[in-house]
Design a protein. Structure first.
Length: 102
C-alpha cells in the first residue's frame, strides 16, 4: 500500500514527497526527493525512511518544535555592512547541549 501524504516544492525541478508505504513488507513513512527534468524523472536516493514502530517517537520530536523556533531571523552580524567577513557560525546537533532521547 502506498499513500501520498503531501509534497513541498524545493526548487523548479525537485519536490519533497511524504508518503506512507510498504518496503520489504514493512510499513513506514518515507520522505524523499522527487525530480522532474529532461534527463530523469523519479525519486532520488536523497531522503529518509521512518519505520512504523519509530513513528510515534518521530511525531513527538516534530511536535516538540514550536512555530517560533522555525521563524527565520536575521542576526545582528548579517545586518552589518562588514564585507570583509564571510564567516557563518553553524551549530551542529549535540554541540552545545545533549539531545533528548525520545
Amino acid at each position: 500500500m502506498e499513500k501520498d501524504i503531501g509534497k513541498i516544492t524545493k526548487n523548479e525541478t525537485t519536490e519533497v514527497v511524504i508518503r506512507i508505504d510498504d518496503f520489504g513488507g514493512n510499513r513506514g513513512l518515507t520522505i524523499r526527493e522527487f525530480v522532474t527534468s529532461d534527463r530523469y524523472t523519479g525519486f532520488t536516493k536523497a531522503g529518509v525512511r521512518i519505520k512504523a514502530a519509530d513513528f510515534p517517537k518521530f511525531k513527538q520530536m516534530i511536535n516538540s518544535i514550536s512555530e517560533k523556533e522555525m521563524k527565520e531571523e536575521v542576526s545582528a552580524k548579517e545586518n552589518t555592512n562588514d564585507e570583509d567577513s564571510d564567516e557563518v557560525s553553524v551549530e551542529k546537533p549535540g554541540q552545545s547541549e545533549d539531545l533528548p532521547d525520545y
